[in-house]
Design a binder for this molecule. Sequence first.
Ligand SMILES: [Zn+2]
Length: 250
Amino acid sequence: MAYGNTTLAKGSDGDEVVELQMRLAGFRGTVPDGDFGPGTELQVVKFQQDYMKRDAPDGVVDDATFAAIEQFAADQPIDFGSLACPCSRCDGFGQGRFEGEYRAGKPHVEAYHLYEYPGVHKMLLWAVRALKFYLPQYNFVINSGYRCAENNKMKNRTSTNHHGKAIDLDVPLGPGEDRRDDMRRCEEIRGLLVERSAAQVGWSAADRKSLEPANIAPTWIHYDVRSYRRKYLADGYFCISSEQLDRPSA
Ligand SMILES: [Zn+2]
């Protein structure tokens, strides 16, 4: 069954549910495991409450809910130009190198994985859409999207999180605002991502979307999926264009 053709509800499973879980990543949010349990039901309820303004959200993905998810995507276009790597040596999203290789002398965990993933993780981008929906008063810009190994070498960076697993967002200062306003706003945004999107500050729990704490990212929002287990970082979860992001994979 293709995504969008069949009603989905508690007990449903399969690739259509994976697609749904990705699309609602910013409304609470689960991992894309294809199992429509209580966590996924809560995602649907939150979406029906907050986006669809339903008085009686039922957690069932019917035709109207599918249509609303399409509208939500259309409301919040993602600018892949600003996500692309600025190195001018790759095509914008790395060269697919270094899979299974890690930084010398470091444990074999995702934070040190050198793989240039094939695009940006879809869950992050859907979560950014929800963030923009919840905070329409802020003009979010993507400061850093993909930064491949070449770009890291040029900039003497050792972090590989921006090989498709991280995005840095910023809200430009308004008239008369200073750094303290910026820091306060970033704290507010992180708080909202924790509450609405089930993100964590730091990386202690597996399979949660993560935010860098204020001492690392005082005046921007760093959002990543590096604490996901490898199975949720499969190549198919990454995308390089709006068409790939919005095209149901099931
Ligand atoms: Zn590059």
